[in-house]
Design a protein around this ligand. Structure first.
Ligand code: SF4
Length: 684
């Protein structure tokens, strides 16, 4: 009898942008344990609960193992031949009748760089449209915009080593202790053991806020006023880094003039913070020799999100905190590969490596490589796609690895939009909420069943290796795209994801020196990577990402947050929790994590509990202009006054926070303003 042996395979975590890597110990298909190694570049010490215990979903009986085709109200199992032939016939028919832009392509920030590269190649090179986007539209697009405007590149300025080395870390609108747990542990260590100063700006007194040297709780949606007023105060006091500004930054005088109304008095009035708090923060920034600013969805999910992200970068420029160890801007990427999905071209205006689609030379380069003319105009983003479907301009969607029916804001509206599609392909590992609206559902393989690379929040590219064969008839996403492309007339013959990476490296300048050989096992590369394989952990040491090498101060103003009216008297905030991945896809299939956190709850303040006579466990209904949910409350002083917090994970779609959120969005990137919602609450 064959004895099963224990295998140890290196992988990269799929649960957040920190990008911890570790070994998976397996025997046949059983996962025995997760063990970190000292060689791991981000974190060779420990994992969080998801990294350690969050893997049994790969063997879940709920995994999709066969293609499914809708027949009326039912789905029936099909062969790959039947499913792919149907998709090829429908997509080419819609393209022929309505044009290439009648189809939209939504990519996955949970899937590999190579899969995202191939998906945008399919959309652009085979189907002839730039209508390709990914879930950064729901989270970090405004941060990328803020950085591209001011310093020229959208990625984090340095690595976690820089965050650790900083004298002052300022966390704005982020909850790393639950969303980026290993990073939070490292910040806690730097703070407790190495004297790093910590400032937290948030609505909710989260775990890092409890430890912070200064915790500020401004009124919702007023961060930009705080940031602009600090910039103005620095100029008034003569505290700006004058030589840095003179040598390395454009637009200083225009920016100074734009700050006229942002006095500290105005900031006190609008943010609700005290003058003492503002002055203390200004002194702390001035005294620190190096400052890092970290932010996430508390900043980026607002109508003025791109401008607030710009204001963060402006303040770093004014204070000279770029281009040195321990300085810079760190938008914390949420999904494991949201950075890579964007880097490898699943964004409407950008080819891989952020080379613009409307640049003739860029298109000529791709024509030489792929033999086709690429579309010139930037395509629709996710938000535009929903609108185009409603207007009848878009007829079909192809979406993989994204549960848009739960994730997108105003989900009741999104569901009704999906019902208008002529044809909808969903490719996933589970029969998601979104799959319920599909015409064809394709079974994909998760990361443990394929090879590939992910890019973490630091811009660090790491390899993961196949642990198991794909379950049932499921297949790696890249292979599905190849088989479909070849049915549509292509002649793709990739034998392994490494060949896809080789192609990306030849085409996109920032990946010039990336190869699987240079990424063997625990090796990693932080882009931009030069042809000789040298990489760039710290950006902007000599020049910023604009042709003249200088950064730009960009004037930005406050956008008054969306408010649905006086009837909706409570402010609803939302976010992640430690134990579940975002909305709970994958982690809700894991017994131990579900046992620990089986359902969602609503945090209410002691003041509100007293006012409404509520205790822990009471059932309440929340109503916004867009929908209604019912949920039990927890009374906690983490939230204050009339502010509520509803985590986004949910076992039941009927409890999901996006039943309540609106279609209002960041003015520039169209990222939904998830954090701007008023609700009313009734006791049930
Ligand atoms: Fe995974 Fe993030 Fe936890 Fe690391 S911190 S183990 S990457 S979820």
């Amino acid at each position: 009898m064959r004895k099963a042996r224990i295998n140890r395979t290196k992988t990269v975590c799929t649960y957040c942008g920190v990008g911890c890597s570790f070994e998976v110990w397996t025997k046949d298909r059983e996962i025995l344990k997760i063990q970190t190694k000292t060689e791991a570049p981000v974190n060779g010490i420990s994992t969080c609960v998801k990294g350690k215990f969050g893997w049994d979903f790969v063997n879940s009986e709920e995994r999709l193992t066969k293609p499914l085709i809708r027949k009326g109200e039912e789905f029936v199992e099909a062969t790959w031949e039947e499913a792919l032939s149907l998709i090829a016939e429908k997509l080419s028919g819609i393209k022929e009748e309505h044009g290439p832009d009648a189809v939209g392509y939504i990519a996955s920030s949970k899937c590999s760089n190579e899969e995202n590269f191939l998906f945008q190649k399919f959309a652009r090179g085979i189907m002839g449209t730039n209508n390709v986007d990914n879930c950064s539209r729901y989270c970090q697009s405004p941060a990328t915009t803020g950085l591209m405007r001011t310093v020229g590149l959208g990625g984090d300025s340095g690595t976690m080593e820089d965050i650790m080395a900083s004298e002052l870390v300022m966390v704005i609108g982020a909850n790393p202790a639950e969303s980026h747990p290993v990073l939070a542990t490292r910040i806690k260590r730097a703070h407790k053991l190495h004297g790093q100063k910590l400032v937290v700006v948030d609505l909710r007194e989260n775990e890092l806020a409890e430890r912070a040297d200064l915790f500020l709780h401004p009124k919702p949606g007023t961060d930009i006023i705080l940031l602009n007023s600090l910039a103005k105060y620095f100029f008034e006091q003569g505290w700006e880094d004058a030589s840095f500004l003179a040598e390395r930054v454009n637009g200083v005088e225009e920016f100074k003039a734009s700050l006229e109304k942002y006095t500290l008095e105005y900031a006190v009035e609008k943010t609700g913070l005290s003058m003492e708090q503002l002055l203390r923060l200004a002194e702390m920034i001035k005294e620190a020799k190096s400052v890092c600013m970290l932010w996430a969805m508390g900043v980026t999910q607002h109508m003025g999100a791109s401008d607030t992200s710009t204001a963060i970068s402006n303040l770093l420029l004014v204070t000279g905190n770029y281009g040195r160890t321990g300085t810079g801007a760190y938008p914390l990427r949420g999904h494991n590969n949201v950075q890579g999905a964007c880097d490898f071209g699943t964004l409407p205006p950008w080819m891989p490596g952020y080379e613009p689609v409307n640049d003739e030379a860029v298109r000529a380069k791709y024509k030489a490589a792929w033999g086709v003319d690429l579309p010139e105009d930037p395509g629709y983003d996710n938000h535009h796609m929903v609108e185009a479907i409603n207007k009848g301009k878009m007829k079909a969607l192809y979406l993989f690895g994204e549960d848009m029916a739960i994730v997108d804001a105003n989900s009741n509206y999104v569901h009704s939009t999906f019902e208008k599609l002529d044809f909808f392909v969903v490719q996933d590992i589970f029969f998601s909420k979104t799959a319920q609206f599909a015409d064809v559902v394709l079974p994909a393989a998760p990361s443990l069943e394929k090879d590939g690379t992910f890019t973490n929040t630091e811009r660090r590219i790491q390899r993961f290796y196949k642990v198991f064969e794909p379950l049932g008839d499921s297949k790696p996403d890249w292979l599905i795209f190849q088989e479909l492309a070849n049915r549509l007339g292509a002649d793709w013959n990739y034998q392994h994801p490494s060949e896809i990476m080789d192609e990306a490296a030849k085409l996109a300048n920032i990946f010039a020196g990336v190869s699987y050989e240079r990424l063997e096992e625990w090796e990693s590369l932080v882009w931009p990577v030069n042809p000789d394989g040298t990489d760039t952990p710290l950006l902007y040491t000599d020049k910023f990402g604009f042709p003249d090498g200088k950064a730009r101060l960009v004037p930005v103003d406050w956008t008054v947050p969306f408010n649905p009216g006086a009837d909706f008297d409570l402010h609803l905030n939302n976010g992640r929790i430690l134990e579940h991945f975002h909305e709970g896809n994958m982690t809700h299939k894991i017994e131990g994590l579900v046992h620990k956190v089986p359902e969602v709850w609503l945090e209410i303040s002691p003041e509100l509990a007293a006012e409404r006579n509520l205790e822990d466990g009471a059932l309440v209904g929340l109503t916004s202009p867009y929908g209604h949910v019912e949920v039990r409350v927890i009374v906690t002083d983490r939230v204050k006054g009339h502010e509520l917090y509803l985590p986004m994970n949910t076992a039941e779609d009927s409890e999901a926070v996006n039943r309540l959120t609106s279609s209002y969005h960041d003015i520039i990137t169209h990222t939904p303003a998830y954090k701007e919602m008023g609700v009313k609450m009734e006791v049930l």
